[in-house]
Design a protein around this ligand. Structure first.
Ligand code: SF4
Length: 290
């Protein structure tokens, strides 16, 4: 089974003026994603073309339709319904829909529940949180706080859909305590999946300009590895870690993964955990010892 990216003509309220125009400080205007076709390509065609390409490249026969870029519920409800219904296909077993916590409404969840009932396609919603530190969220201009994320998770869980939270544990100003707090909040909310990536800095972003002016520094790779392990120790042992380190396009970037391949960093994290006998969930249920 493989994730198959689908590019919708979605926007972001943090860019189009509803909440703000600059976007989150780290966000490059072109969004994120590899193997993405143009948003102008009809959804059905994106599915057939990517199924052919990804299916033969990775030997996949079943797929998760991954609505990845920007906020995929932020569009007219009719467009949302058309996009979702166009992605129904016998080899698609799940819809994974990426959006902002403040862009998911009851009507989206009701519609997705109806699709699941009719087709047995499973639903998961990917929500950007990045950090539980709401002061940092404000500083990086996320345009939503922690409460909005909690509210969205509770509502999504009401429909028995899975939630995948996106987390960056090395945002400027955050420390180990913020990583632990983020892990504990995700676990308390029974968030089923998490995706982590290290902060990367793109040119022509607010964060990129601040970085070039030396207004903040990025923690060292060793500190990052320690913080990721701390985060993993504090999440629930059953939480699925979909990604431990991301890859980012190197063109137009000022800083990506300390100049190393993502898989080398993944291996360093794994090796250190093995060497020190530390595991995901080791500190999840620590409580007071009395
Ligand atoms: S919410 Fe997402 S798409 Fe919008 S500015 Fe932030 S990171 Fe970019």
């Amino acid at each position: 089974m493989y994730k198959l990216p689908i590019h919708l003509n979605s926007g972001c309220p943090n860019r189009d003026g509803l909440l703000g125009t600059g976007g989150c400080d780290f966000c490059a205007e072109n969004g994120a994603g590899f193997e993405l076709l143009s948003a102008l390509t009809p959804v059905e065609e994106q599915i057939t073309r990517n199924m052919k390409y990804i299916g033969s490249k990775y030997g996949a026969s079943k797929f998760i339709a991954y609505f990845q870029n920007y906020s995929n519920t932020y569009m007219s409800f009719d467009s949302f319904k058309t996009a979702m219904s166009s992605a129904i296909h016998p080899d698609i077993v799940e819809f994974s829909i990426s959006t902002r916590p403040d862009c998911i409404q009851k009507k989206h969840l009701e519609y997705l529940a109806a699709i699941r009932k009719e087709t047995n396609i499973q639903i998961s919603i990917e929500l950007g949180l990045q950090t539980a530190n709401y002061h940092t969220l404000r500083k990086i201009n996320r345009g939503h706080g922690l409460a909005s994320f909690i509210d969205a998770v509770v509502k999504i869980h009401h429909y028995n859909f899975d939630v995948c939270a996106h987390v960056i544990v090395n945002l400027p100003g955050d420390n180990d305590i913020d990583a632990i707090e983020t892990a504990e909040i995700l676990s308390a909310l029974k968030v089923q999946q998490v995706k982590m990536h290290a902060l990367y800095i793109m040119k022509n972003t607010k964060m990129g300009m601040d970085y070039e002016r030396g207004l903040f520094t990025i923690i060292s790779l060793d500190e990052y590895i320690d913080r990721v392990i701390l985060f993993l120790e504090h999440i629930h042992p059953d939480m699925v870690v979909q990604r431990i380190i991301g890859r980012a396009p190197e063109e137009n970037s000022l800083f990506v993964n300390w100049g190393m391949s993502w898989w080398k960093i993944r291996d360093l994290i794994h090796n250190k955990m093995e060497r020190e006998q530390r595991h995901q969930g080791d500190k999840w249920f620590s409580g007071l010892n009395f």
